[in-house]
Design a binder for this molecule. Structure first.
Ligand SMILES: NC(=O)c1ccc[n+]([C@@H]2O[C@H](COP(=O)([O-])OP(=O)(O)OC[C@H]3O[C@@H](n4cnc5c(N)ncnc54)[C@H](O)[C@@H]3O)[C@@H](O)[C@H]2O)c1
Ligand SMILES: NC(=O)c1ccc[n+]([C@@H]2O[C@H](COP(=O)([O-])OP(=O)(O)OC[C@H]3O[C@@H](n4cnc5c(N)ncnc54)[C@H](O)[C@@H]3O)[C@@H](O)[C@H]2O)c1
Lengths: 207, 207
């Protein structure tokens, strides 16, 4: 299968190829994509190869077909139902992000213990109280959960979700979750991006 | 200097060592940190070495000193002033995130063209209209900007910021910014995390 760095680069390629489609282009070359992202053309061609797309010498890749291949490789042409737990600052931002819906992520319900939030709708998604989480996750047969609760509640909430049948967690908290082997955890860590930025700014200041 | 993957791992180590301090521990070993994160102990020790910390055989690293060394290596013990541009869903979430302030990121002002937002305060930060951005950035002498505007406005806003003296941009949009060589851009891309998650869920379903 494809390496993680390859998979991580595909959304940036998709973004550029979709722009080419909007501009009415029929073909796009690996070199054009590489220049836009300051990558090596050979790297881009190797990455795109994992999606099964075949390019034509001198013309490049057919734009529509390339979009289809990337979306299908990422399974972004299929719908994945998810629940979101912790409808606070970050949770609300994610509920409002249309890009995810475009890529098949369908958040069907949110859960939060705050009495002021339970029973409301945020960006088209109904927020329920935490007591209803396990019943609703089971009834809906949802397998994916987005975790945006405060760190100190992350492990307990994750255990409840897994008991209710959740098999994959997109973890936005800064806690390393202990989960059984069959459960996938994808950690999204803003602080490591901020760490890299801080070090780069430090080097810049030292010059 | 340290490699990027090493820098990216340091915040997770810091999180564990800070928890050890709260539990009253005086020393912590590389192995304990490694086990918590499912990493190799030798990797953890190599990473920590870049911060200048020295461990004691059989006891490990002194907890208070290790926290100090990581914070100083990341420059998280210094204050960095920043402005945030685009006080929408994501911008508001970032303004409300106390973890950043703890690590020295001091957002001094936000800017947004929405008349309903300009003149308000969000989580203690004043939101100004976009017209005031360049003057205020210059007057405050801020060098770092957090970009959470819609993708189609990213490049124009980035050009205005750089003209006003900004030298580093934390880019949350999905657009590759074209900037002069002296400007640092750190891209934060939620869609690559979602790509990895989608592929892992696909493999899980296929089993
Ligand atoms: N805000 C950001 O920009 C940001 C950035 C990176 C990471 N995070 C992480 O995301 C998480 C949420 O951050 P936030 O800024 O949205 O915080 P927040 O306080 O705004 O939101 C947390 C929400 O979780 C709810 N909650 C509390 N206990 C709960 C429980 N036991 N089960 C379910 N929900 C519960 C609260 O009612 C609240 O609505 C934190 O773990 C934080 O570290 C936030
Ligand atoms: N919401 C998320 O979870 C999320 C996740 C990943 C990436 N992003 C990216 O972050 C950016 C913001 O997303 P959002 O969900 O907060 O959108 P949003 O529409 O909620 O917020 C955008 C804000 O930018 C302001 N704005 C519009 N034009 C502007 C301009 N020319 N200059 C300055 N501000 C301007 C708007 O008034 C609005 O307040 C987008 O580029 C999006 O792709 C968002």
């Amino acid at each position: 299968p494809a390496s993680l760095p390859t998979v991580k680069r595909l959304p940036s390629y998709l973004h550029i190829v979709e722009a080419a489609l909007r501009e009415g282009k029929e073909y796009i070359s690996g070199t054009v994509i590489a220049d836009e992202l300051e990558l090596e053309p050979i790297q881009v061609r190797k990455d795109l190869a994992v999606t099964g797309i075949v390019g034509t010498p001198r013309r490049g890749f057919p734009v529509r077909e390339l979009i289809e291949c990337i979306n299908s490789f990422l399974r972004w042409n299929q719908q994945t139902d998810a629940v979101l737990v912790g409808a606070g600052n970050l949770g609300t931002a994610l509920l409002g992000y249309g890009e995810f819906r475009k890529h098949g992520l369908n958040i069907v319900a949110a859960f939060d213990p705050d009495k002021k939030k339970a029973g409301t709708h945020m960006n088209g998604v109904q927020v329920h109280s935490l007591h209803q989480m396990q019943d609703r996750v089971q009834a809906l047969g949802v397998r994916l959960a987005i975790l945006t609760v405060p760190g100190e509640h992350a492990q307990v909430v994750s255990d409840l979700l897994i008991q209710a049948g959740i098999q994959a967690i997109w973890n936005f908290t800064n806690v390393k979750l202990k989960v059984p082997p069959h459960v996938i955890v994808q950690k999204e860590d803003l602080s490591s991006g901020y760490a890299v930025l801080s070090v780069k700014v430090g080097i810049q200041n030292a010059q």
